[in-house]
Design a binder for this molecule. Sequence first.
Ligand SMILES: *[C@@H]1O[C@H](CO)[C@@H](O)[C@H](O)[C@H]1NC(C)=O
Ligand SMILES: *[C@@H]1O[C@H](CO)[C@@H](O)[C@H](O)[C@H]1NC(C)=O
Ligand SMILES: *[C@@H]1O[C@H](CO)[C@@H](O)[C@H](O)[C@H]1NC(C)=O
Ligand SMILES: *[C@@H]1O[C@H](CO)[C@@H](O)[C@H](O)[C@H]1NC(C)=O
Ligand SMILES: *[C@@H]1O[C@H](CO)[C@@H](O)[C@H](O)[C@H]1NC(C)=O
Ligand SMILES: *[C@@H]1O[C@H](CO)[C@@H](O)[C@H](O)[C@H]1NC(C)=O
Length: 391
Amino acid sequence: MLASIPRYLKMSPGNFLAFIFFVVFVGSYDRTVVAYDGSGTAASSVVKGTYYPSWTGYSPESIDTSLFTHIYYAFVNPNNVTYELVVADDDAVSLSDFTSTLRRKNKAVKALLSIGGAKEGPALFAVIASNASSRGVFIKSSIQVARKYGFDGLDLDWEYPRTHQEMDSLALLLTEWRFELEKEAQTTNQPRLLLTAATYFSADFFLDAVFRSYPVAAIATNLDWVNAMCYDYRGPWDVSAVGFQASFFDPNSNLSSTRGLKSWLKAGLPKEKLIMGMPLYGHSWKLKDPNLTKIGSPAVAKGPGDGFMPYSDVQGFIRNNSARVIYDPETVSTYTYANATWVSYDSVASAMVKVGLAQAMGLRGYFFWALSYEGNWEISAQASRLWIRDN
Ligand SMILES: *[C@@H]1O[C@H](CO)[C@@H](O)[C@H](O)[C@H]1NC(C)=O
Ligand SMILES: *[C@@H]1O[C@H](CO)[C@@H](O)[C@H](O)[C@H]1NC(C)=O
Ligand SMILES: *[C@@H]1O[C@H](CO)[C@@H](O)[C@H](O)[C@H]1NC(C)=O
Ligand SMILES: *[C@@H]1O[C@H](CO)[C@@H](O)[C@H](O)[C@H]1NC(C)=O
Ligand SMILES: *[C@@H]1O[C@H](CO)[C@@H](O)[C@H](O)[C@H]1NC(C)=O
Ligand SMILES: *[C@@H]1O[C@H](CO)[C@@H](O)[C@H](O)[C@H]1NC(C)=O
């Protein structure tokens, strides 16, 4: 497999560190004043996050907890009639197992409970957030569930608020949520629960028919940080052409992580509240002509895995087919192809350059979607090692 990687990619560790040194220290050397936020951690200590997709059956025991600072359990959702966060019997066992296993393996790692997800969709949160009474019910129940199962924080993954009005509702929800979290911490004399959100890669939905922006002021005030989902820019939902799913730069479009991350900073989110998301999966297409493999080449269908391949499957595909692996330095992207299959994903090389760039931008850290897709820990481990910035 390594044999198929272009020679220039086989950077020696020394060269690679020199590159990162350049990115981090020449790119930016301003230091954030470390403020104390009362939650038991310095306000801008690094976040090395990852999401645990509970439905995959992956055992929490198998998680290498030394590689992360925050691990998110995905997902638990509110009841669509009472608006309370509800835990089904099966989930109760799984939640307890998750937090107790993390605690036993690594006392320093924080466990967060993530609410929402792409499958849940936007409608229920729009209803809950629109009304003070349902917001109150939802918030109260979320705190009860988090405490009952031993979590250190809560995460909202509302994908996505659809209108200006829903963005206003989100601002109210976050303001009231944070208020209740502070109050609960004081009343019970415990460290405050963290509050974070997984968001669109950009602070505004500039590609949609309804242009709308996140309530960045309320987000900056009330959230500990934002997990910007810097992926899914292109996938086989557009079957006509292959493309990069998580390009950091893109000279030809605004679909890039740099465009998204900068939009958050421009809108006023402090950089120590911004976390860059990275995918541990690829999107696959079936090429129209196996000889036309460049970015943008015509495609005719989804590729293996119905267009979605966990990182471990991408590695299997490369091995099985002696597939070519191409790193594109201009966009910081990787793709691989063999026969008529073409896959856009993050290799170790593209993921590590992104980690260096996130440090150069002064961001608080990175997170992965999702933990169990990796198979080995090569990306998570190298990312953790390469984050040398002591924010
Ligand atoms: C609530 O969820 C149930 C089960 O998923 C579904 O059958 C029902 O239609 C939903 N009700 C509302 C009001 O959305
Ligand atoms: C707000 O939600 C409550 C139930 O949680 C409901 O009784 C009330 O009618 C709702 N108000 C509005 C304006 O929708
Ligand atoms: C990117 O967005 C800006 C407006 O925000 C627009 O003027 C420009 O044409 C876009 N660039 C591309 C390549 O789509
Ligand atoms: C691809 O190119 C090779 C030689 O370069 C040629 O033999 C083959 O027929 C081409 N395949 C297609 C599908 O055009
Ligand atoms: C690679 O080959 C092995 C052995 O035949 C098979 O089990 C696996 O599913 C293949 N992986 C992919 C991604 O095709
Ligand atoms: C795909 O092409 C490779 C050569 O690149 C070959 O070894 C492999 O057997 C081919 N796989 C299939 C399923 O045709």
